[in-house]
Design a binder for this molecule. Structure first.
Ligand code: PMP
Length: 361
């Protein structure tokens, strides 16, 4: 059943990683203890954190002024930590693109902390597309621009960079981090919770530049303070050892078995092309939600002509062994999430199922 898991998150993890985690639950081979009972102050865990940092730096060719932080509180805590560090007390509002459900959450949290300006909102159109360049007028004095690179709920993904060179850019990459190469040098801060492409929930990767730490205000509670977190090398308090170990295993898989981000991106493209191909060839039976050029390669969101057909689709899919296909509760419809660990074979199987379903209905 794991092989046909299209969940929007927590998402599928690679089978080889699950098998190693199963073993580690009883005893990590190098240590002889359960991963759930090893001290975060052990040499073993220090080596785990060091390897996670080194692998992320290598995979993304991170410029040397980036810190790699492994934090708790998920994407949601980053919605607050970012404005706390970068915009509290600023004269000019922080700028946000309101491209879907999750950027909406980020904006609402930021507003509690700092002045915010929404540069563009897709809400009135129902979040079915991303902005075009000529709709975006940015303020060069803004403390930062916040972008969600992939809107998980609506299935919208940026396939280009936006924003001004001179304004620090912050990206929520929770649902497409490590799915493709990107130019990390263009960002001041990147965050991604683990539970899509990286591992289980409980840990969030934050890549943050030294200059952001220098600008951060004094006196923040330590857990909310990037500077304190960086100084403690992600062990400010007891970290989620299990989740971080799982991230390490996923990074090893991605680099050593898949072959890195270019290879991963090629697989992800093939998966998305196969599924969107079925939607496009269905004569309007399957209704893709996103505008073509903004389609997400991670979350394929669509609907069927009627409530009854949607229910039949979900029911038959479930009986065929597919899971996680119901759309987000805020939106309904169908969502097939094609995170890194979802194989091309699984997508082929889903595509075949969908073609057959359409013929029968
Ligand atoms: N950002 C994005 C893009 C997400 O998809 C999600 C949740 N799926 C979040 C933030 C919130 O993350 P969390 O549940 O870890 O707080």
């Amino acid at each position: 059943a794991n092989a046909r898991n299209f969940s929007g998150g927590p998402g599928a993890l690679p089978e080889t990683v699950l098998l190693q985690l199963k073993e580690a639950m009883i005893a990590v081979p190098e240590v002889g203890l359960s991963v759930l009972g090893i001290s975060h102050r052990s040499d073993w865990f220090a080596a785990v954190v060091a390897e996670v940092e080194a692998r992320l730096k290598a995979l993304l060719a991170l410029p040397p002024d980036f810190h790699v932080l492994l934090l708790q509180g998920g994407g949601t805590l980053q919605f607050a930590m970012v404005p706390l560090a970068l915009a509290r007390g600023a004269d000019v509002p922080a700028e946000y693109l309101h491209t879907g459900y999750w950027s909406g959450k980020a904006i609402a949290e930021a507003r509690k902390v700092a002045p915010v300006r929404v540069v563009w909102s897709g809400e009135a159109e129902g979040f079915c597309r991303l902005p075009d360049d000529d709709e975006l007028v940015f303020d060069p004095r803004a403390p930062y621009l916040h972008v969600v690179t992939n809107e998980t709920v609506e299935g919208l993904q940026f396939h280009r960079l936006v924003g001004l060179e001179e304004v620090p850019q912050v990206a929520d990459m929770s649902s497409d981090f490590l799915s493709r190469p990107f130019d990390a040098g263009r960002y001041a801060l990147i965050y991604a919770h683990a539970q899509k492409n990286l591992g289980p929930a409980g840990v969030t990767v934050v890549l943050v530049r030294e200059a952001v730490l220098e600008r951060a205000p004094e006196g923040l509670p330590a857990m909310l303070d990037y500077r304190a977190q960086a100084a403690a090398h992600s062990i400010l308090n007891t970290p989620p050892v299990f989740a971080i170990y799982a991230v390490l295993l996923v990074l090893r898989w991605l680099m050593d078995e898949i072959g890195g981000l270019e290879a991963m991106a090629a697989i992800n493209r093939a998966k998305a092309e196969r599924l969107y191909g079925v939607l496009d060839a269905s004569d309007g039976f399957y209704r893709p939600r996103a505008r073509r050029e903004d389609r997400s390669l991670m979350n394929v969101v669509f609907d069927l002509p009627s409530e009854a057909l949607r229910a039949a689709f979900l029911d038959e899919a479930k009986r065929a062994g597919f899971s996680g296909l119901a759309g987000h509760r805020a939106l309904g419809g169908i969502r097939a999430s094609l995170y890194n660990a979802v194989t091309l074979e699984a997508v082929e199987a889903l595509a075949d199922f969908m073609e057959t379903f359409r013929r029968r209905h």
